[in-house]
Design a protein around this ligand. Sequence first.
Ligand SMILES: *[C@@H]1O[C@H](CO)[C@@H](O)[C@H](O)[C@H]1NC(C)=O
Ligand SMILES: *[C@@H]1O[C@H](CO)[C@@H](O)[C@H](O)[C@H]1NC(C)=O
Ligand SMILES: *[C@@H]1O[C@H](CO)[C@@H](O)[C@H](O)[C@H]1NC(C)=O
Ligand SMILES: *[C@@H]1O[C@H](CO)[C@@H](O)[C@H](O)[C@H]1NC(C)=O
Ligand SMILES: *[C@@H]1O[C@H](CO)[C@@H](O)[C@H](O)[C@H]1NC(C)=O
Length: 442
Amino acid sequence: MSIPIPSYGFGVLLLLCCFGVSLSTSQNNGFSVELIHRDSSRSPLYNPTETKFQRISNSVHHSINRAKYVNQMFYASSHTNTLVSNLTPYLGVGHIMSYSIGSPPFQMYGYLDLLIDMIWFQCKPCNPCLNLTSPIFDPSKSSTYTNIPCDHSKCYYLRYAKCISDNCKYHLVKNSSYSQGDLSADTFTLNSTTGSPISFPEIVIGCEHKNAGGFPLEGKVSGMIGLGGGPLSLTSQLDYSIGGKFSYCLVPFFSNSNTSSTLNFGDAAVVSGPQIVSTPIKQIDPIAVTLQAFSVGNKTILLEQPAFAPITRRNTIIDIGTSITVLPMKVYSKLESAVVDLIKLQRVNDPSHDQLNLCYQSTIEELEIPIITAHFLGADLQLKPLNTFMQIDDKVVCFAFTSYEYFGGAVIFGNIAQNNFLVGYDFQKKIVSFKPADCTNQ
Ligand SMILES: *[C@@H]1O[C@H](CO)[C@@H](O)[C@H](O)[C@H]1NC(C)=O
Ligand SMILES: *[C@@H]1O[C@H](CO)[C@@H](O)[C@H](O)[C@H]1NC(C)=O
Ligand SMILES: *[C@@H]1O[C@H](CO)[C@@H](O)[C@H](O)[C@H]1NC(C)=O
Ligand SMILES: *[C@@H]1O[C@H](CO)[C@@H](O)[C@H](O)[C@H]1NC(C)=O
Ligand SMILES: *[C@@H]1O[C@H](CO)[C@@H](O)[C@H](O)[C@H]1NC(C)=O
């Protein structure tokens, strides 16, 4: 979704942000940027030799691995004695954003992740380095780059800080692998969908100098852009300018065309109009909400609450880095059988390595797929066929839900289920809102 911004808009907004003027005056603005699907022809990871169906199969495979990571992270966030840093982030099937750092601006690609709460990327010099094919940012070439001293408040926000010659560093060790770098600040620039660049000075970043298997990045994507609720995420750092609001509209990528999805900030991210539903954010880091039930036909499948969250009843992570939706085993089997009851067709096996359990020989258009309603606390979402089934090859459609048997018990609400919804996060009101939308048209 893009909203035209008057040309004086950002000058005013940046001035306000930098002199610390209250955010109420800066709310008349907003901007949108392009979200690049990992597998789209615009993606730096695009592999033209893969077929569409290979990409879909890879995406399901990555989702299953990503779901393990998301679930363990969710569990760890509720258990103070479990270190989140022991988990290797699984980047999976997310979306990518182009951004620039420094002066002059140095363009890079980063994975967007709602579960990560820092912006970081490979810097020069590095040893050992990530195995990247893109140019590497050299902080000594940026006139606006500064290291963050140890007594800076931002250094206290860092969970794994270490002080070396009065520079704040992060140092994550996991088993034999590690990731280390400087906590720094520099100008962060995005290209808005209206064509104008938008710069934010003094954004705190992690400039990675040592990486031994600490993060599984390779190729042309050199870092991560955390959108999570923690204080160092991009969204939290832009808070003055965007009033704690961002939204996205994900196009049904695998069933559709070349149109890009968008990520909207500030007033461009306000989800308004009829048909909006909202659910409270029950935990901010990682962002978690409450899903009470699914209903399909005349059956309702209640979700059990995870034993560790009896009071807040948070049980669901809304994730843009997982494609299919992943449910606890008991819930999945009840939902699957309710769907099976309504589809009068012989089941077939998943032709791509048996990754998905419920498949039919048909096409999405021909199969009579029932609407599945996801009942979030205070927000019922009607999931259409494109949210619940995917065309796995020319003749087979599979249910885009799966199950797992790990500890944690979370629901991972994947990006296919979110297709053609405008999904808005408001950190000030602590709500997530959903509105049905045609995302190819935003
Ligand atoms: C913004 O667009 C310009 C012109 O197309 C391009 O050179 C630059 O790399 C882009 N910057 C980002 C952050 O994508
Ligand atoms: C680095 O990436 C290249 C190409 O993707 C690959 O051939 C090579 O084996 C990788 N090196 C390491 C050390 O992982
Ligand atoms: C370290 O990693 C190895 C191999 O990945 C694994 O077998 C081992 O259990 C890990 N150790 C700890 C303490 O996590
Ligand atoms: C998508 O874009 C690529 C390159 O711009 C083009 O070759 C391809 O035909 C397009 N596909 C569709 C479905 O429009
Ligand atoms: C639920 O739907 C099934 C099949 O449509 C029907 O046979 C059954 O009577 C319905 N049950 C109730 C309680 O409405």
